[in-house]
Design a protein around this ligand. Structure first.
Ligand code: CMC
Length: 432
């Protein structure tokens, strides 16, 4: 039983309350402020959720000061070294690592759900050839709710399971269709004899006129990147999925909302922005000029791929991806990579700069991921889509956790109103 309380006293009213303090399994305690409006007549103010725990969760833990990331208790470094994306997906969804038959059953189910309805496929023809793939993916994922009526009862656990397998299986197919549409190439159907990432690469790069062999190095690199991007607790897109889902909206709409939230450059859109920034910087000689711009509060320029709301230390995912860059570029025969060289120098210089040191700004997951995606020939506009494919597993895990919680209520923040006070309507001829 919880006995800790946090004393809150309001000198104006003389009311004192002992707010319950709740402890997690690790991490800082939280103060349960649920009673303060009733007892003190006030709300709390935390506009960007900097210090507010929006829910209770058992999925992912981050210690931002130490640079620790755990999925269901397992360090991301161990999962990256020893696991696979499908195994990590099972872990995030179910809470435990699968045994062999559970993993086999899960992989089989995912591979049997990879095709999308042919009518859904025709949606892509309605998009302009230069539509951003995130726009297409967000729209088509949302449109899935018009097709899969047999699995949309959110109160039915079997429907929830079918939905989760469907969306995880179909999002690479949707992403590949967006890519092929942008390329003006015919859609390539999924191949269920291939593993998750090999199938994705095949759908991306195969063409009907000649055989295509998936490079196992590329598939392995993608699998590792997907593990690292699979979940990150209550980030902006996951919180968006939870908020949209808390209304009882169908889960495809909630995931589509998550895709849209991920697109922003402060979030998943940063991987695309990093590559554009590196090209803009162009050479090591220009680094000081761009660092000065990043520090200038009158400039809109930020060092993309740097900084994080939670990490005040190295993002552990960035460290793994940087190491991976050396190995993957070498194996793909692209060791001589000027953008990677530039990124390494930029990191080195920024980490010694007083501005970045004082604010504890370190490279985040997006700083190096684009270098690998580029080496795999994935176009820049598809980088955030890659992130979305992997993060779908996290979004679904959080949605399932929320919907399965009997105490779930609609998410509904309050506000500090600073607009006009009550006034009477003025006829148009009386207005100045
Ligand atoms: N370049 C220059 N200054 C920065 C940067 C940056 N990349 N990031 C933060 N700062 C400054 C910021 O201006 C502020 O300075 P001051 O204290 O003088 O006002 C200070 O550092 C604290 O930053 P903040 O804006 O309060 O931090 P935040 O938690 O609100 O924002 C962030 C976090 C990730 C949005 C931000 O660091 C950023 O915009 N980074 C660049 C975009 C990026 O790489 N995003 C990917 C994030 S990781 C993957 C993901 O979430 O999808």
């Amino acid at each position: 039983m919880n006995t800790k309380t946090f004393e809150l006293s309001n000198p104006a009213t003389g009311v004192k309350t002992g707010l319950p303090v709740r402890s997690g399994t690790i991490g800082p305690d939280v103060i349960d402020i649920g009673s303060i409006t009733k007892d003190h007549g006030v709300f709390t103010f935390d506009p960007a959720f900097g210090v507010t725990a929006s829910c209770e969760s058992k999925i992912t833990y981050i210690d931002g000061d130490k640079g620790i990331l755990l999925y269901r208790g397992y360090p991301v470094e161990q999962l990256a070294a020893k696991s696979s994306f499908m195994e990590v997906a099972y872990l995030l969804l179910h809470g435990e690592l699968p045994n062999e038959s559970q993993l086999q059953g899960f992989v089989t189910s995912i591979s049997r759900h990879t095709m999308i309805n042919e009518s859904l496929l025709r949606f892509f023809n309605g998009f302009h050839h230069n539509a951003h793939p995130m726009a297409m993916v967000s729209a088509v994922v949302g449109s899935m709710s018009a097709f899969y009526h047999d699995s949309m009862d959110i109160n039915n656990p079997r429907h929830r399971e079918i939905f989760s397998h469907r969306i995880i299986a179909k999002i690479p197919t949707i992403a590949a269709a967006a890519h092929k549409h942008a390329q003006g190439q015919p859609f390539i159907y999924p191949r269920n004899d291939l593993d998750y990432c090999s199938n994705m690469l095949n759908m991306f790069f195969a063409v009907p006129c000649e055989p295509y062999r998936v490079d196992p190095v590329a598939a392995q690199a993608l699998d590792l990147l997907f593990i690292l991007h699979a979940d990150h607790e209550q980030n902006a897109s996951t919180s968006t999925v939870r908020l949209a889902g808390s209304t009882g909206a169908n889960p495809y709409s909630a995931i589509s909302a998550g895709v849209s939230a991920l697109w922003g450059p402060a979030h998943g859109g940063a991987n695309e922005a990093v590559l554009s920034m590196l090209e803009q910087i162009g050479s090591v000689d220009n680094i000081p000029k761009y660092l000065a711009m990043a520090k200038d509060k009158n400039s809109h320029f930020k060092l993309m791929g740097f900084g994080h709301r939670v990490y005040k230390n190295f993002d552990p995912r960035a460290k793994i991806i940087r190491e991976m860059c050396y190995k993957v570029l070498e194996k793909l025969g692209r060791a001589d990579n000027p953008l990677f060289e530039l990124a390494l120098r930029l990191e080195e210089i920024a980490l010694k700069d007083e501005y970045f040191v004082a604010r504890k700004l370190y490279p985040n997951v997006d700083f190096y991921s684009g270098i690998i995606y580029s080496a795999l020939n994935i176009p820049r506009s598809m980088f955030t889509v890659m992130f979305a494919i992997a993060r779908t597993v996290g979004w679904v895990s959080h949605w399932l956790e929320m919907i399965g919680d009997p105490s779930m209520r609609i998410g509904r923040p309050r506000q500090l109103y600073t607009g006009p006070t009550l006034r009477d309507y003025t006829a148009i001829d009386k207005r100045g």
